[in-house]
Design a binder for this molecule. Structure first.
Ligand code: DLL
Length: 433
């Protein structure tokens, strides 16, 4: 089933034409309304009229997460604040979050995008959807929420955490679908087993999983543990949130809602397009957004595009699963974490040396994060109490900057291995294959 058959299975020629018109409008809009882009375009000697075809997109400047930080909070908005009806944000490298603003039309496009995903997974207005992504500044909760309401389904706006209650309500309300991170889905599966709830008491049919990388073997495990069909949903807050792309029943890549988000795959080093089908960095240009349109946003996610027609009848290009990132961003319990955030906290505090190590693991399907930090000799002490106070101080600060809690281990002076080349800051023991 398709939510919007006209768009989702539009002949490619027509789709390219719509994309061209929308791209032209977007470039004109940012040229007129976003000083950041006007300056960039002028420096490159470009005017909106220079974009004659969709292929001209390669002439346009890139946008990075750093640009969002430099323009914190609202300087990339192309609409006046009076037109912005919602703000979202994701964690940034040094505490400054990256902020996005949505107009009323943007929100309606977002729920349309999410409605297409849910319909592709087999969801209808008869489904009762437990939304277990976090609600708040994170786009997961409200994004899927909007899609379920759009198709007329019933939303249970659970948000994340509180596992026992999640399971109780899932059973009592007869939830037929769930949206959460794939690792939390596995955790829920085990908790259901531990609570001795027979599968017949649950009505779950399918789930929409994303916000972090996962694999085919995780899909199988989720499907076995929860007794459901598991589908991939991809997105990032800078572009819209969940709903940038979605799997169909063929489950061979995720269709990109490319009437709204135009994809390119570039070599992350040369920033030139790769050959069709090759892997590289995914780059998106939003072609309908009003609040914060972005030109050629570098997602840093690595994947490839599949241009061949899909058996489901959709003509939208597919992207393969994300296999990694071209930067050092980690996703821990669904939260984006950069090692440089840890570094910024350590540098603020006189008690520590800038030597640290992040050890990420997955236990009982939940991500764990240990942060080892070297204490300066003059602050290192045999007195447990002193060390506990110090640990509490840095843990508290780290939690507020990272947005997740970590097990902090204070290390003796000079105990962390020094590297002769590139410092090794992260050991990720999660096995994602
Ligand atoms: O994670 C939006 C989202 C919410 C997507 C719920 C899907 C479901 P951010 O916090 O901005 O937004 O993080 C975006 O998460 O660049 C990818 O690296 C990663 N990511 C998101 N979905 C997937 C997925 C949300 N299905 C970053 N597979 C992206 C792999 C994913 N990685």
């Amino acid at each position: 089933m398709m939510w919007n058959e006209t768009m989702e299975s539009m002949p490619l020629e027509e789709l390219r034409k719509i994309q061209r018109i929308r791209l032209q409008k977007t470039v004109e809009k940012v040229y007129l309304n976003t000083p950041f882009y006007r300056k960039k375009l002028q420096e490159m000697g470009l005017e909106p009229g220079d974009i004659q075809s969709i292929d001209d997109i390669v002439k346009l400047p890139f946008t990075t997460k750093q640009d969002l930080r430099d323009n914190y909070p609202f300087d990339l908005f192309a609409s006046p604040m009076s037109e912005i009806v919602r703000l979202h944000a994701s964690s940034g490298t040094t505490g400054r979050p990256t902020v996005v603003g949505y107009s009323r039309k943007d929100l309606s496009i977002w729920s349309e995008a999410a409605a297409r995903c849910i319909t592709a997974y087999g969801g209808t207005k008869d489904d009762i959807f437990q939304v277990s992504y976090g609600y708040g500044l994170f786009t997961g909760g409200l994004g899927v929420h909007g899609g379920v309401e759009k198709i007329g389904g019933t939303v249970i706006p659970m948000s994340s955490g509180n596992t026992d209650k999640q399971i109780m309500l899932m059973r009592d309300f007869g939830a037929t679908a769930i949206a959460c991170t794939p690792s939390y889905a596995l955790f829920l599966g085990e908790a259901i087993r531990d609570m001795n709830i027979p599968r017949e008491q649950l009505r779950l049919r399918f789930g929409a999983f994303g916000a972090e990388p996962w694999t085919e073997s995780m899909r199988k495990e989720i499907e076995d543990k929860l007794g459901i069909k598991a589908y991939d949903i991809y997105g990032l807050s800078e572009i819209i949130g969940p709903g940038v792309s979605y799997e169909c029943e063929c489950q061979n890549g995720s269709h990109i809602n490319e009437d709204h988000f135009f994809p390119e795959i570039l070599n992350p080093e040369t920033l030139k397009p790769v050959k069709p089908g090759e892997q590289g960095e995914l780059v998106f240009t939003t072609i309908t957004k009003e609040g914060m349109p972005l030109l050629r946003y570098r997602t840093k996610d690595l994947c490839s595009l599949i241009y061949e027609k899909c058996d489901c009848g959709r003509t939208f290009t597919r992207m393969t699963r994300i296999t990694g990132r071209s930067d050092d961003m980690l996703i821990i319990r669904g939260v984006n974490v950069f090692p440089s955030q840890v570094e910024s906290v350590i540098l603020e505090m006189a008690e520590f040396e800038p030597h640290y190590l992040l050890i990420v693991d997955r236990m009982n399907n939940l991500d764990t994060l240990q942060i080892q930090v070297e204490t300066r000799p003059e602050y290192f002490s045999d007195e447990i109490n002193k060390m506990l106070i110090l640990k509490k101080k840095i843990s508290h600060r780290l939690q507020s900057v990272l947005g997740i809690s970590a097990d902090v281990k204070l290390m003796e002076p000079r105990s962390l291995e020094r590297s002769t080349g590139k410092a090794k800051r992260v050991i990720d023991n999660r096995k994602l294959d």
